[in-house]
Ligand binder design. Structure first.
Ligand SMILES: [Zn+2]
Length: 219
């Protein structure tokens, strides 16, 4: 993400275990909000935004970013999709959703993956251009996937999150004919003009790519 990165000094960083209880309550709140949005969706879908009930990834929860935080497009017709860019939120899942839904933040990602259980939220449709890479050359041509956690703590990078994200990346790559390699599946830090360090040295790229390829084989 480009906006909400707050590099933690480690002191104020909450522990994942303590969050488990809180997360349950937050998830219920989000689920309730999503249900409400879907129920009221016909009217809001009449505008430029997508239908709240529609996601590109089966099973993803539609948690729409504010339209001020991405650009509507007609990809891949308008812009070929060639890359997946991997991020870490430096925020809790629900706080990252709030950032994407705040029109003042001018940032978003297509997908947000929760640490504890790998739950996937979709915030921007794949046809639209999320602002996550900080570089139009990559934003225009990529899908941004951000992961709940902090770059300096391996505890957030759970196996559930790796597996769920890998299945998502495999599906995205299948949809858009993106090769499963590190030339096309990039970290935010590898985007040429990026000033961000995520997903950081604790992100296990070898393991992630292995899971992506396994997920692709299973499809
Ligand atoms: Zn990032």
């Amino acid at each position: 993400m480009t906006g909400p990165i707050r590099h933690s000094d480690g002191n104020g960083q909450p522990s994942p275990s303590r969050r488990t209880v809180l997360r349950g309550a937050a998830a219920v709140t989000l689920a309730t909000a999503a249900t409400t949005a879907a129920g009221a969706g016909t009217a809001s879908a009449a505008g430029a935004g997508p239908s709240p009930a529609v996601v590109d990834h089966p099973g993803a929860q539609w948690l729409p970013a504010d339209p001020a935080n991405y650009r509507t497009a007609r990809r891949p017709r308008s812009h070929p999709i060639d890359y997946v860019v991997v991020h870490v939120t430096q925020e809790h899942f629900d706080d990252a959703v709030a950032v994407f839904q705040n029109p003042g933040r001018r940032t978003s990602a297509h997908y947000l993956v929760r640490s504890a259980d790998g739950h996937i939220g979709q915030c921007v449709r794949e046809k639209d251009i999320a602002w996550h890479a900080g570089d139009p050359g990559y934003d225009d041509h990529s899908i941004g996937i951000t992961h709940e956690g902090w770059v300096n703590s391996t505890a957030w990078f759970t196996e559930e999150m790796y597996a769920s994200s890998a299945a998502l990346t495999a599906a995205v790559c299948a949809r858009h004919a993106i090769p499963l390699d590190r030339t096309h599946i990039l970290g935010h830090h590898e985007v040429s003009s990026a000033t961000h360090t995520d997903p950081g040295a604790n992100w296990d790229w070898d393991h992630y790519l292995e899971l992506v390829r396994m997920a692709r084989t299973k499809r």
